[in-house]
Write a protein that binds this ligand. Structure first.
Ligand code: 6PG
Length: 471
């Protein structure tokens, strides 16, 4: 085979599926994996008509690529990515393009971009979303890096991504780490949406004792409305799945400890550093953490009892309508927090990210694709400087209409003793954000009392300190 169009380093699930996707669109692909056996197995499994070239050393891999070389690293984020870059970079030439398609922390991408730049290599951080199926059939790709390098790989990436209304779910969202930043926030939102689905399920299954078919009906109607989304579709599929041995719902035998690889926590940590509130995401991370304390929770369940009650004599139908509105408003607010975080990072780090482009590409291929993103895209298209989605007239109207039911659903959950960390945090975010005044004046006074930290006044400019009476 002649030199190939692109090389993929790493044949994990995502790497393999991307190779198959690329090859099925007619691209010639070189592959290399740390363990040669995996490379051999993969190549023997794939269609012989597809032009996939197996290589067994970093040098053979690099030498097989058309110049300027285009390489996509698909190994685990962290040390493995650094190790692969170290192995391959000695064989590269100035002007080659190196892409990292893993879930790398954006600060690592920043460091690696500078490292590669010193060698004359163009580095692009690619946030790739869509899981195994997306990688094979069409993911969403969030890119960050030098434009001239991106333009060299764009024609290839454009062919393998998902499309919505003919538009590719691919965009250059800024220089260096911008793509991985947006992907990190995507995952933070993913944490919040998953948690909100789980809370809504819990209220129905545990709080109200509903049968699985009734719960399915609820998610089916959510999927037909604003929340029509990939996550609703897979929730329905999960709820329908049976345990082969017993024919009972499979969900009943899955251990209730949620794992995590860190992208949600990075979103929370970064938002704290930037001073951007994202409580729907923070609470979702905390909820995963508390779920991991299984043994302690089992013990606590015998000691910390609650006395659940239905909230008055409300009928079930009404409760489910409230719950639907609460879920919709909480989802919207979670997206709002994520976009506010991207906007702040874009300003702080000079990414110049086009937020409406983010909304556009998130409509397909990625895990958080949802009908709501059409409205979000329009809002951001109308006003690129919108500080927060909650200020858009159409979206604000949705929240205004849903808010009464949202409050009642939160109150229902509290009466039932069902934890709803993200739904609650989302409502509190809404209520804090919409307040003309907050009790932060009291916090300022107390800080000044015990630490002479000073405060500002509403009636004159400057910093003030009061000589408070001693206690
Ligand atoms: C995606 C997903 C993907 C992965 C998450 C899971 O966009 O395709 O977000 O990146 O599923 O990283 O993260 P946790 O293991 O932390 O839930």
């Amino acid at each position: 085979m002649d030199r190939t169009d692109l090389g993929i380093l790493g044949l994990g699930v995502m790497g393999e599926n991307l190779v198959v996707n690329l090859a099925s669109r007619g691209f010639r692909v070189t592959v290399y994996n740390r363990t040669p056996e995996r490379t051999r197995q993969f190549v023997s499994r794939t269609n012989r008509d597809q032009e996939i070239k197996a290589t067994f050393s970093p040098q053979e891999f690099v030498d097989s690529l058309e110049s300027p070389r285009k390489i996509l690293v698909m190994v685990q984020a962290g040390n493995a990515t650094d190790a692969v870059l170290k192995q391959v970079s000695p064989f590269l030439s100035k002007g080659d393009v190196m892409m990292d398609g893993g879930n790398s922390f954006f600060r690592d991408t920043l460091r690696r971009s500078a490292w590669m730049k010193r060698q004359g290599i163009n580095y692009i951080g690619l946030g790739i979303s869509g899981g195994e199926e997306g990688a094979r059939k069409g993911p969403c790709i969030m890119a960050g890096g030098p434009r001239h390098a991106y333009e060299q790989v764009e024609p290839i990436l454009e062919k393998i991504v998902a499309r919505v209304d003919g538009e590719p779910c691919l965009a250059l969202l800024g220089p260096s780490a911008a793509g991985h930043f947006v992907k990190m926030v995507h995952n933070g939102i993913e944490y919040a949406l998953l948690q909100l689905i789980a809370e809504t399920y819990d209220i129905q299954a545990v709080g109200l004792g509903l049968h699985e078919r009734e719960i399915q009906r609820f998610f089916m109607s959510s999927n037909e409305a604003e929340l029509g989304s990939y996550l609703m579709e897979i929730t329905l599929a999960v709820l329908a799945e049976r345990n082969p041995g017993t024919n009972d719902p499979l969900l009943g035998v899955i251990l209730d400890k949620a794992a995590q690889k860190g992208t949600g926590a990075w979103t929370s940590q970064t938002s704290m550093e930037l001073g951007v509130p994202v409580p729907s995401i923070d609470s979702a991370v905390a909820a995963r953490n508390i779920s991991a304390y299984k043994d302690e929770r089992v013990l606590a369940s015998t000691r910390l009892t609650s006395h659940p009650s239905r909230n008055g004599a409300v009928n079930l139908e009404k409760m489910l309508i409230r719950l639907h509105d609460a879920l919709t408003c909480s989802w919207l607010v979670s997206y709002g927090q994520g976009f506010a975080l991207i906007k702040r990072a874009s300003d702080e780090y000079g990414y110049n990210t086009d937020l409406s482009e983010v909304a556009r590409i998130w409509r397909g291929g990625c895990i958080i694709r949802c009908k709501l993103l059409d409205k979000i895209r329009f809002a951001l298209g109308d006003d690129a400087d919108l500080p927060n989605l909650l200020l858009d007239n159409t979206l604000a109207e949705m929240l205004r209409q849903g808010q009464q039911n949202w409050r009642l659903a939160v109150s229902d959950a509290k009466h039932l003793g069902v934890p709803i960390p993200s739904m609650n945090a989302s409502l509190d975010y809404y209520d804090s954000y919409r307040r003309h005044t907050l009790p932060a004046n009291l916090i300022q006074a107390l800080r000044d009392y015990f630490g002479a930290h000073t405060y500002e006044r509403v009636d004159s400019k400057g910093q003030f300190h009061t000589k408070w009476p001693t206690s």
